[in-house]
Structure formats: structure tokens, C-alpha cells
Design a protein around this ligand. Structure first.
Ligand SMILES: [Zn+2]
Length: 470
């Protein structure tokens, strides 16, 4: 018998401290076959499984989604899925950290509505990012869950394939796997849980061994996402198995192991306040990369806060590249005035009006260029090459800087709107400092006045006790 499997997905990581909301226009329906899907299609073909794609949507991390926009997007997705009915399996690419105004956890809501549409007979295999906040209820709507096992993420394709293979095998074996979610009362800024650094390294190494145990399909350690003030914010363990009891006992044991390591997670790089980071970087003869971590675009911040830029200017820093401020109006203004023009204007603070504010800059339009197809200006303020981009995205590879003609290692300081450096930058960085800058992705999570998360929770209630069985 041959089976039909549908690929779909609706991913978002929502930072609820970000003052801007993510809108429908920010999402795009992926029509072409994305790189991470191709190998799965090849695998399906080998196994003689008919495979289709419908309504796969993706977007970068941002503020939470408005209820209306979410409903419209979800309906669009469900309509596309409906057209493909009936099918035997659904392979979903989700994130796990989607939050919707008034509705709450968007990821669970999507799964709930899909389950209602496809019925109990259809197997659902779900791919998640390990930074998703997963409530217990989620387990009711899925059969199999496979989450990423690397942070920074380098195993997206592999994880998607694993989700697919487990689904195909279950269809062929005529089994109906069950999933158990064990939420754990602890939150971490993502930068404290790096998967090739202890204790994350040993914990994540356990997963492959657990997967090999009898009747177990997949095990996942969810770090969670601390920049969401919601009741389900926090870590969790997810295990999928042939039966519920096997999944539950394995998940409980893994949850206890994860919990016991909570006090051992720490930042893997130098961390300090902005002022000190810039001073130290300037005194260092090597190139120093500074992460403007509070305004980390990959954690949902706007990327238009000028705090670190202001400090560079105040300390009269030279030979520096600042990547970057997202400001569409500023890009247009620089283009209008033209190459070589000297202008003064208010920069940034337009999307993040809570942590940032428009900041007066004066300098020269040094270059009008592009990164990929995104218009980018190099605006020179004395010794600082400030990059201003027309769209909100993080610069995170050497190649992106090369496109602008910037040789990173010839600079004294390179500032990026990231938390941890992404592997391509980390590999070349002689020294990296994560600066505790202001913003909705501030690493000092104790500074936020959480109102909705469950209490007690580690580390806010540092010495709390927790019993996984309760
Ligand atoms: Zn992530």
C-alpha cells in the first residue's frame, strides 16, 4: 500500500517584550521547494510515498502576532491543507514559540485546529525549534515530535529528515505513536544553553542513545524562550514512543536529568556592560566582535536601538563597523541625498519605541549597496562605518560583509545585533564579547518584570524544589 504525506508548517518565535507586533504581511508562503525539504522528498520517493506541500509559512522572529492576522494566516493554511485531503500523514514544520494576542500559544492552537480538520487517524509528525515554549496540552495533538539538537542551529535539514523518516516508518509499520511533554519550571536566555558546551553537550548527546531504546521514536530537550512573558514559558522534555507509558517514563527521567543541571548553565563567552565592552575592545590590538545582545534581531528585537552606537561615538572609537540599524526611511534619505553627501538625521527607534528612540547622527553617505537583495547604506560617522538596512534582518555571515566590501578582520571592532555569534563569524572572531545592552532580548532576564509566567520558576525563584512526577 502506498501512502500520501503532506508537508506544511507555520513557524514563529514571538518575543512578547518587543513592542511591535508581527503582521500578516511579514509572513510568506513558501512556494518553491526549500532546501530543507528536498532531501525529505527524495526519501519519500525511495519509499514510494506520495508527497505534497501546502501552506508552508515562515518568518523571522519578532513581536507577537495579532489575533486577526493569525486567524487569516491559519485559515489560509487550513484551506490549503483541506484541498489535499485525504492523506495518511502530515509533516509539520513549526517552531514552538508562537504567541498570539488574546489567544495565547499559537503553536498549540495551530495543531489543535489541524487535528480537528484531519481527524485522529492521520499521523502528525512535528518539527520544532528547541527554543519553543511547549505546554503540556500540546501532546494531545501530535504523534511524533523531533526538535533541533543544536544551538546555534546547524541541524535543521537533519531534524526535518528525522521527522519525516519517523513518520514514514510509522505509516509502514501501521503504528500510532504517542508523545509526552513534561514542562520544567526553568527559563534560560538561549545564550546560556549552547549545545557543544557543557552541560548542554552531554545532555544533548544523551538523546541519540534514548532514541535507540526499544519502542522509543524520538526524544527532545526544549530550552524554551525566556523573552516571552506567558504561562508556558520555560524548558520542557518531549518524548515520542510506540505507547504513552514508555514515552512518559523516559521523558520523566530525562526531565529530572535536565533539571538537575540547571545551575550549571552559563554564558560561554565574555559578557559585560556596554561601556566596558567597548573600552576593552578598543584597547585590544585584535579584532573584537561585540554582540549588541539586548537588540538581538534573531531573538525578536527590532534591530533599531542606537544605545551601543551612541557609546561608540561617545568613546570616539575608530576603525569600527556597526552592523546594523534597520531604518527604511534613513536608507531612502541617504539614497536621495546621494553618494558622498554629508547629512544629519534621526536614526532608528522607529520600530522599537519602548527600549529605543530616534537618535541624531551626522556623517557621510559612503556607499549605497546591497546585502543579498536588501538595500544597505554604509554611513560613515568619523571612524565608524554604520550599516543601515532597508529591511529587518541580522547580518551573521562573513559573506554578507564581503558583499559590502568590508574586510572584518581589518577592523578594530565589529558590532552585530546578535546574541551568540553565528558559526561563520565565531570561527573567524579573534575575540567575542557579549554586551548586556538594553532591549527586549536583554540577557539579564531577571531585569524583566514578568507578570504571566508560572511561579515558582528557576532562576527567578532560585532555590525552589521541583518534583517531575507532580
Ligand atoms: Zn532557535
Amino acid at each position: 500500500m502506498s501512502f500520501k504525506v503532506l508537508i506544511s508548517g507555520f513557524g514563529h518565535e514571538s518575543n512578547t517584550f518587543s513592542p511591535f507586533s508581527t503582521q500578516k504581511k511579514d509572513f510568506r508562503i513558501i512556494k518553491e521547494t526549500p532546501e530543507f525539504v528536498q532531501k525529505t522528498i527524495d526519501l519519500a520517493n525511495i519509499q514510494n510515498i506520495e508527497i505534497k506541500q501546502a501552506g508552508l509559512m515562515n518568518i523571522m522572529t519578532g513581536g507577537k502576532i495579532s489575533e486577526n492576522d493569525f486567524e487569516e494566516l491559519l485559515n489560509e493554511m487550513l484551506t490549503q491543507i483541506k484541498k489535499e485531503l485525504p492523506f495518511n500523514g502530515l509533516l509539520l514544520r513549526m517552531h514552538g514559540g508562537m504567541e498570539v494576542e488574546n489567544l495565547g500559544h499559537g503553536t498549540t492552537e495551530v495543531l489543535k485546529r489541524i487535528r480537528k480538520l484531519v481527524g485522529e487517524e492521520t499521523l502528525i509528525s512535528c518539527y520544532l525549534d528547541l527554543h519553543g515554549n511547549i505546554p503540556k496540552e500540546f501532546e494531545k495533538y501530535v504523534n511524533i515530535v523531533s526538535a533541533l539538537r543544536t544551538a546555534p542551529h546547524v541541524d535543521r535539514i537533519e531534524t526535518f529528515q528525522r521527522s519525516a523518516k519517523l513518520l514514514f516508518d510509522s505509516l509502514n509499520n501501521k503504528s500510532t505513536p504517542k508523545t509526552v511533554v513534561i514542562p520544567i519550571p526553568m527559563i534560560f536566555p538561549g545564550e546560556k544553553v549552547i549545545t557543544d558546551v557543557e552541560p548542554g553537550k552531554s545532555l544533548y548527546a544523551k538523546l541519540k542513545l534514548i532514541d535507540k531504546k526499544p519502542n522509543i521514536l524520538a526524544s527532545s530537550l526544549m530550552v524554551g524562550f525566556a523573552w516571552a512573558d506567558v504561562k508556558q514559558a520555560g524548558s520542557s522534555v518531549i518524548v515520542s514512543a510506540e505507547d504513552y507509558d514508555t514515552a512518559r517514563s523516559e521523558a520523566l527521567e530525562l526531565a529530572r536529568t535536565f533539571w538537575n543541571q540547571r545551575k550549571n548553565f552559563d554564558f560561554d563567552c565574555e559578557t559585560m556592560e556596554v561601556k566596558k565592552a567597548i573600552k576593552l575592545a578598543n584597547d585590544d590590538p585584535k579584532t573584537v566582535f561585540i554582540s549588541d545582545s539586548g537588540d538581538n534581531v534573531t531573538a525578536g528585537a527590532a534591530g533599531d536601538i542606537c544605545e551601543v552606537l551612541d557609546e561608540l561615538i561617545k568613546q570616539k572609537i575608530k576603525n569600527t563597523v556597526f552592523a546594523q540599524i534597520y531604518d527604511e526611511e534613513a536608507v531612502m534619505l541617504c539614497k536621495k541625498n546621494g553618494l558622498g553627501s554629508e547629512i544629519e538625521f534621526y536614526l532608528g527607534g522607529k520600530l522599537d519605541t519602548l527600549f529605543g528612540k530616534p537618535y541624531k547622527v551626522k556623517g557621510k553617505v559612503k556607499k549605497i549597496s546591497k546585502v543579498g537583495n536588501i538595500e544597505t547604506i554604509i554611513f560613515q560617522i568619523d571612524g565608524i562605518d554604520l550599516l543601515i538596512t532597508k529591511e529587518r534582518f541580522p547580518l551573521r555571515t562573513v559573506q554578507e560583509f564581503e558583499e559590502l566590501g568590508i574586510d572584518l578582520l581589518s577592523k578594530n571592532i565589529v558590532v552585530v545585533k546578535l546574541g551568540y555569534l553565528y558559526p561563520p563569524l565565531e570561527e573567524i572572531a579573534p575575540r567575542a564579547i557579549m554586551a548586556f545592552s538594553t532591549g527586549p532580548a536583554c540577557q539579564k532576564i531577571e531585569k524583566f518584570s514578568y507578570k504571566n509566567i508560572r511561579r515558582p520558576i528557576f532562576p527567578l525563584d532560585y532555590d525552589m524544589v521541583w518534583d517531575a512526577n507532580k
